[in-house]
Design a protein around this ligand. Structure first.
Ligand code: ADP
Ligand code: ZN
Length: 758
């Protein structure tokens, strides 16, 4: 919670006592901004019949009875001797959230330590809250009682025609429509309204209806044995009408999506709906088309929708018209009336975690929602997160395996290129080494396409020896130390260990230790210069700013016009191009040595996903990884496409240090413009947490500067809390949030189950 929000806190005056207890209908209201705690209000008689839980209301708040808007989360008759303030007005005509969704948001508020009102505001899209894309329109009707009182034959001719027409109309008419149907002006209509013979009521109608172009239908494939087995297990769970999480571990190209679709067909046959979560970037035309080719009513929720489109989808979903909702993170809040199944594809993807409050993980919210609505949840991945993997092994999730690609296609051969050797050779100065160059040449000359992958977003300031590949790590945290120009220090961003930046490699003694990396833009220039005859396209967040540019770029690559595609993780997943015969990873080390305990896991997942982009067609394909650490277990496991091998290497280290999945974590970030103030306040928070957690086994790490030590003019410090489970941590953090007040201009962020350590 930020300091700014605390400023807004206000204590309402204590309600005064009245002599006799009276039975009254009490509404509990929570606010998106302002007070974090709920307030009770009396429901006046005139609103009783209309108010529902899940609607927004206007109420007087605080001493000055300022008008505030909040969500009604509970309604109950209560014997009370307290006189409560009254709700002044309803904002919505229908509830925005069902009771089930309200419970889910309450759980989120509790779990993610975020005010409930703030969660609600995040869950209901802005377009829905604003009623976007609708307009108040007046519809006319005949006031039959008034009409009987008068002599109709005395009406002027025009007015008589209008009345007759309106009385006979089978659908509601606006004044304009009525006037043109009767070939008159608005004057007779207005005259009739004045006489009270025509009544008008206002309704909100859509200003336009966007329809998606029809998609050619497709009946899908006959499932292979592995797919059929996985499907049968999911169907059994569906028929059992109970909650269960199934982890579908299938290598890239094993036909996971086909299994989801079959399961959803069953769900649809029950008249229920399914939600499919995909990482935003996989919302390629391919994914979208595949679902639309198999179901009549699909809502695709992606980040480029306008408010009004989002509102329209929301309504179609709420009426039950939509059978399948496909979308990124926030689609987990789709208001499906009869949910039947949730699928989270690529469940290991970090984009499922929201990086602003409420900092929820859509997969974990999906688990809660599936549990609450008693439906099965399928988590799919070629490289499951270690959290899910561990639960699969322990039997908490049911593990389903698709170990082979469809149609007996082989997994691509993955090889490494040792950058230490390349760099020792003369004449290879750029990002593309000699061996990579030769492989590209061959692939292109044979008519194939090439994908080059560079994780530009890597934190490039780790300290690495160019001759032995040694990366300088923190002795306490097994995390790469970060080079700080200021004072030439090497710092641990977890525990604040520091030492002077070494001039020679601590491992082999070589001089010339390096601190920097290169990005996709530099790579683009290099490829352009070395392969001037092959059209290329760069895809990263800088190059793909405009809506649709991503799809357009992929379409050009699919058509074969573009021969080389280079980019960041944006190109790593979900793409399926049969003609790609070479995937080159420019530098596997950028992600391997981030100051984050998940660095190895991310690298393994990324390499396995990138490798999955090739070998999908007849010609097969191969993958080449440039690295200075070819023997690193994460890279070795990716070469073998072997999740077991990676988990066997990584899990014992996680366990020894109590990192997830063996323990829970909460991260607190404190930020502000004045570093000494930020540092001092963080220190105060740490002291308080240590005091509160003294009796427990919890670890409190910090205060330390965050790896991104200064962002947008603000200094950032962080604190990490670890424990075997999160109960004690949560209690302590809640206590600190109540007890301590951040200095002016200092905000703090609470991140439960953090995914980013930067
Ligand atoms: P994944 O999601 O595991 O990467 P997909 O479901 O995208 O795999 O399947 C990869 C490709 O194989 C798709 O083009 C799909 O149409 C095709 N496919 C899926 N199942 C079968 C099958 N049983 N027989 C033939 N082709 C299949
Ligand atoms: Zn450390």
């Amino acid at each position: 919670m930020s300091g700014e929000q605390r400023e807004l806190f206000e204590t309402a005056p204590a309600p005064w006592e009245v002599d006799d207890a009276v039975e009254q209908l009490v509404a509990t209201v929570v606010f998106p901004t302002g007070p974090a705690q709920p307030f009770d209000y009396a429901v006046p008689e005139r609103l009783r019949d209309m108010l529902r839980v899940g609607m927004r209301v206007r109420v007087p708040l605080g001493r000055g009875d300022r008008v505030a808007q909040g969500y009604c989360v509970r309604l109950e008759p209560r014997q009370s001797s307290r006189r409560l303030k009254e709700i002044s007005k309803l904002v919505d005509r229908r509830h925005l959230l069902t009771p089930a969704m309200l419970r889910l948001t309450e759980w989120m508020a509790e779990h993610y330590l975020c005010p409930w009102g703030q969660v609600l505001e995040a869950v209901v899209p802005a377009g829905v809250r604003m009623d976007a894309g609708t307009r108040g329109t007046q519809f006319l009707s005949v006031n039959r009682d008034a009409l009987q009182q008068i002599d109709r034959s005395k009406l002027p001719a025009k007015q008589a025609i209008v009345i007759e027409h309106l009385a006979a109309a089978t659908s509601p008419l606006t004044a304009q429509q009525l006037a043109s149907a009767c070939r008159c002006t608005l004057a007779p209509i207005n005259a009739l309204r004045k006489k009270g013979l025509i009544a008008a009521r206002t309704e909100r109608v859509r200003t336009h209806q966007a329809e998606e172009a029809a998609v050619e239908r497709d009946s899908g494939h006959e499932l292979n044995l592995d797919q059929q087995q996985a499907l049968d297990t999911i169907l059994a769970a569906l028929r059992g009408r109970r909650y269960e999480t199934l982890l579908l571990h299938g290598v890239t190209g094993s036909g996971k999506t086909e299994v989801y679709i079959r399961a959803i067909e069953e769900v649809v046959s029950y008249g229920r709906q399914a939600i499919v979560l995909v990482p935003e970037i996989s919302l390629t035309p391919q994914t979208r088309q595949r679902f639309r080719a198999r179901f009549d009513h699909v809502a695709v929720l992606h980040s480029h929708l306008t408010d009004s489109e989002r509102h329209r989808h929301w309504e179609r979903i709420a009426t039950g018209e939509v059978q399948v909702v496909v979308g990124a993170r926030s689609a987990i809040f789709a208001p499906t009336p009869h949910l039947g199944l949730i699928v989270v594809d690529e469940e290991h993807e970090s984009s499922f975690k929201q990086d602003s409050a409420p900092r929820y993980h859509a997969r974990d919210v999906a688990i809660e929602r599936a549990r609450a609505e008693a439906v099965p949840l399928v988590l799919g991945s070629a490289t499951p997160s270690l959290e899910s993997w561990q639960r699969g092994r322990q039997g908490v999730y049911r593990l389903l395996e698709l170990p082979r690609r469809v149609l007996d296609r082989p997994l691509p051969a993955v090889g490494t290129i040792d950058l230490r050797e390349e760099r020792a050779e003369k004449g290879s100065r750029g990002a593309i080494g000699r061996r990579m160059y030769v492989a590209m040449q061959h692939a292109l000359e044979a008519g194939g396409q090439v994908i080059l992958f560079l994780n530009r977003r890597g934190f490039a300031t780790h300290i690495q020896c160019p001759s032995c590949g040694e990366v300088v790590n923190c002795p306490h945290c097994e995390i790469a130390l970060t080079h700080h120009r200021h004072g030439e220090m090497a710092l641990c961003h977890y525990c604040d260990f520091q030492m002077p930046a070494p001039l020679n490699c601590p491992q082999c003694g070589a001089s010339g230790i390096r601190y920097s990396g290169s990005g996709t833009q530099r790579l683009e220039a290099e490829v352009h210069q070395r392969f001037p005859n092959y059209p290329l396209i760069r895809m990263d967040t800088d190059a793909m700013q405009r809506p649709g540019s991503h799809e357009a770029a992929l379409a050009r690559f699919r058509s074969g016009e573009v021969r080389i595609l280079l980019g960041t993780q944006m190109i790593a997943k979900g793409l399926d191009f049969p003609n790609v015969t070479l995937v080159g990873v420019i530098n596997a080390d950028t992600s391997l040595h981030l100051p984050d305990f998940r660095a190895s896991e991310r690298t393994f997942q990324l390499l396995a996903q990138v490798a999955g982009r090739t070998g999908r067609g007849e010609q097969g394909g191969r993958v080449l990884i440039q690295t200075v650490s070819p023997e690193h277990p994460a890279i070795q496991a990716a070469i073998d496409h072997d999740c077991d091998k990676f988990a066997a290497y990584e899990l014992p280290m996680r366990e020894a240090l109590c990192y997830p999945p063996f323990g829970s974590m909460i991260r607190l970030i404190v930020r502000g413009v004045q570093e000494p103030v930020v540092a001092a306040f963080t220190g105060q928070v740490v002291d308080e947490l240590r005091r509160l957690l003294a009796e427990s086994k919890a670890r409190v790490l910090g205060p330390a500067p965050a790896p991104f030590a200064k962002l947008r003019g603000k200094y950032r410090y962080h604190i990490l809390l670890q424990d075997s489970d999160d109960t004690a941590l949560r209690t302590a953090v809640r206590q600190v949030l109540e007890d301590l007040r951040a200095p002016d201009d200092v905000e703090w962020v609470t991140d439960v189950d953090p995914l980013s350590m930067l």
